[in-house]
Write a protein that binds this ligand. Structure first.
Ligand SMILES: NC(=O)c1ccc[n+]([C@@H]2O[C@H](COP(=O)([O-])OP(=O)(O)OC[C@H]3O[C@@H](n4cnc5c(N)ncnc54)[C@H](OP(=O)(O)O)[C@@H]3O)[C@@H](O)[C@H]2O)c1
Length: 178
């Protein structure tokens, strides 16, 4: 397998805009989970700033709305778009409701970035009784009913991708091929 770090000039100091320079994402529809804080916000901003139609998912809608003010500005200035949907990965009812809302629109995603997650949390349970980290990072993103690339087979292409930023490493060697 080709190591991307050996074939690109990107490194620890590269920015999202460095990586996307010259890339036109117009017409690409991308779902990013966890857009209320951290990496998810910048991921959504940089994609929308390069023309993508970004849907950002967050469990705290108001926090996400505040956190993504710049995302909306950059999207508007660069031909992209940004909308928010509610999604609590620690509650499978919420996951299914979010999936239903997105599927009802009938618009497939070209890319899903499973970014939201928790790490090294105190012991606890999700609404469905699973250990918090396992339930949130794994089951929340992989729950049957999540809007996946196969949902609209008419738009299925070899370019569709699911990227996992949350700590899904426990899925084993197939973690990058959900
Ligand atoms: N930063 C690192 O060095 C690093 C290293 C390895 C892996 N990661 C993983 O990369 C991802 C992003 O990291 P980060 O540093 O940006 O983390 P972060 O600042 O803690 O942000 C995590 C995001 O996930 C959301 N989230 C947590 N639980 C959720 C739930 N039940 N339902 C929906 N959203 C939920 C958070 O929402 P709230 O704002 O509502 O909490 C927040 O938007 C995380 O999955 C993290 O575990 C990060």
């Amino acid at each position: 397998m080709t190591n991307i770090l050996e074939t690109t000039s990107f490194g620890a100091t590269s920015t999202t805009d460095d990586v996307l320079t010259g890339v036109n994402l117009k017409g690409k529809r991308i779902l990013v989970t966890g857009v209320s804080a951290g990496i998810g916000v910048e991921t959504a901003r940089s994609l929308a700033a390069h023309g993508a139609q970004v849907v950002g998912a967050a469990r705290d809608f108001n926090k996400a709305k505040t956190a993504t003010a710049q995302v909306r500005k950059d999207a508007a200035a660069n031909g992209g778009s940004f909308e928010l949907v509610e999604l609590d990965l620690a509650n499978l009812k919420s996951v299914r409701a979010c999936a239903d809302r997105l599927l009802a629109k009938g618009e497939a995603f070209d890319v899903i970035i499973a970014n939201a997650g928790v790490m090294a949390t105190p012991f606890g349970h999700t609404a469905d009784g699973f250990e918090t980290q396992f339930g949130t990072n794994h089951l929340g993103h992989l729950c049957p009913g999540q809007p996946d690339c196969d949902a609209h087979s008419d738009r299925r292409t070899a370019d569709q991708r699911i990227l996992c930023g949350s700590p899904l490493r426990y899925c084993g060697p197939r973690r990058s091929k959900l």
